[in-house]
Design a protein around this ligand. Structure first.
Ligand SMILES: *Cc1c(COP(=O)(O)O)cnc(C)c1O
Length: 350
C-alpha cells in the first residue's frame, strides 16, 4: 500500500516531539534531564515523580505475546477513544475527507469525526443488524479515508458476518478499514489481528475496558502495519499512558485466570438473563449477543427504563437510535445484580 497517499501530508512530514527519555534508554543514572521533582511525590503508594516510558515497552511486550502480534504492530492509547481520534487526525482533512460508519453503532466514531469537522457518511446496518455491503461500496469515494466496522457491534451485540468484512477489506483499498473488537473476548469469533499481514490497510482496535476489567485505567489498543503504528506514535501526546496505568496493567496482564474466569461468569449470567427474559411476555425480542450486554426489545421501553432508574437500576435506553426502537441495552452484571434487575422488570410489568 502506498501509505503516503492516504496520510495527510503535514502528518507524514511531521517532526515529532523528542522527549527527554528518548535520548537515553537506561534505567540507572543521575536524571537531570526532564525537570522532574527528584524528591518524590508525597503519596503512600509508590513514587510517581518520574515521567513514564513514552513507548510502554513492558506492557507492549506482554500484550504482543497474549495477542500474537509483534510489538511494532501495536499502539497503545488513553482508551480506544484516543486511537479513534488520532486515526481521524492522521487521515482526514476538515471538510474534505469522509469516514463511513454503520449505525446503530458506537457513538464515539461520530463524535470524534464531528470534533475534527470531518464528513460522516452513515450507512445503516440492515434490519438483521448486518453490514449493507452494496450500500457501503456505493458510498465509498475518492475522499473516503476510514471505514469503521464494530464487531461484535455496540449497541446491538451481534457479530458481523465475516464474509462481508472480507468483501469490504478486498474492495476498499484506498483508505483504512478499522475493525473495533472491544467485545471480542466475549465472542467465539477469532480476532482480525491474524489478518494484518494480509491486509496492509487493516486496523484492529481492542480495549482493556471490558473483559479485562480495567476501564478506569484507560488503555486501548490499535493493531496495524508497523508504518501506521509509527505514525500514530509520532502524533500521540508523548506520555499518553500514565505510569500508574502501565504498572497496574502489567500486573493485571500476568493474571490470565482472572480474565478467563470473569468471561465465563459473564457468559453464564448472560444465558441466565436470556432464559429469564424469554419467560416475560412483554419482552418481545432478545437480540443475539456476542458481547457482555443484551439489547432487548420490549413493551413500553421508555417507561420501563424510567421505572428502573427510580429503582436505582441503571440501563441504557437505545430507543432513539436508528433500528433500535423500543429497546434498552443491559450490561450483564454480577449474579445478585442481575437478579435485582429481573425482579424489578417483572414487578414493572405485573
Ligand atoms: C466500550 C467500547 C470501547 C472502549 O473504549 P475505551 O476508550 O477503550 O474505554 C471501544 N469501542 C466500543 C465499540 C465500545 O463499546
Amino acid at each position: 500500500m502506498d501509505y503516503q497517499a492516504y496520510i495527510l501530508p503535514h502528518i507524514w512530514n511531521l517532526k515529532p516531539y523528542s522527549s527527554a527519555r528518548d535520548e537515553f534508554k537506561g534505567n540507572e543514572g543521575v536524571f537531570l534531564d526532564a525537570n522532574e521533582n527528584p524528591i518524590g511525590s508525597g503519596t503512600a503508594i509508590a513514587a510517581w515523580n518520574r515521567y513514564p516510558d513514552p513507548m510502554q515497552h513492558q506492557i507492549k511486550a506482554q500484550l504482543a505475546k497474549i495477542k500474537g502480534c509483534e510489538e511494532n504492530q501495536l499502539f497503545l492509547g488513553n482508551g480506544s477513544d484516543e486511537a479513534i481520534d488520532l486515526l481521524m487526525r492522521m487521515t482526514c482533512a476538515t471538510d474534505k475527507h469522509n469516514i463511513i460508519i454503520c449505525p446503530p453503532t458506537y457513538g464515539m466514531y461520530e463524535v470524534s469525526a464531528s470534533i475534527n469537522n470531518i464528513v460522516i457518511q452513515r450507512i445503516n446496518l440492515t434490519a438483521e443488524y448486518q453490514l449493507d455491503v452494496p450500500a457501503i461500496l456505493a458510498a465509498i469515494n475518492s475522499e473516503t479515508r476510514l471505514l469503521f466496522i464494530c464487531s461484535p457491534n455496540n449497541p446491538t451485540g451481534n457479530k458481523l458476518n465475516r464474509t462481508d468484512i472480507y468483501q469490504l477489506l478486498n474492495s476498499f483499498k484506498t483508505g483504512f478499514v478499522v475493525i473495533d473488537e472491544a467485545y471480542i473476548d466475549f465472542s467465539d469469533e477469532p480476532s482480525f489481528i491474524s489478518e494484518l499481514a494480509q491486509y496492509p490497510h487493516l486496523i484492529v482496535m481492542q480495549t482493556l475496558s471490558k473483559a479485562y476489567g480495567l476501564a478506569s485505567l484507560r488503555l486501548g489498543m490499535a493493531y496495524a502495519n508497523p508504518t501506521i503504528i509509527a505514525l500514530l506514535n509520532k502524533i500521540k501526546p508523548p506520555y499518553n499512558i500514565g505510569g500508574a496505568t502501565q504498572q497496574i496493567v502489567s500486573q493485571a496482564l500476568a493474571d490470565r485466570e482472572f480474565v478467563k474466569n470473569g468471561i465465563e461468569l459473564i457468559l453464564s449470567e448472560k444465558s441466565r438473563l436470556i432464559t429469564e427474559f424469554d419467560k416475560i411476555p412483554q419482552v418481545q425480542q432478545v437480540y443475539p449477543s456476542h458481547a457482555n450486554f443484551l439489547l432487548v426489545k420490549l413493551q413500553s421501553a421508555q417507561a420501563l427504563f424510567d421505572y428502573l432508574i427510580t429503582e436505582k437500576v441503571i440501563t441504557r435506553n437505545r430507543s432513539s437510535v436508528p433500528l433500535c426502537e423500543d429497546t434498552i441495552r443491559i450490561t450483564v452484571g454480577l449474579p445478585a445484580e442481575n437478579s435485582i434487575l429481573l425482579e424489578k422488570i417483572k414487578s414493572f410489568y405485573l
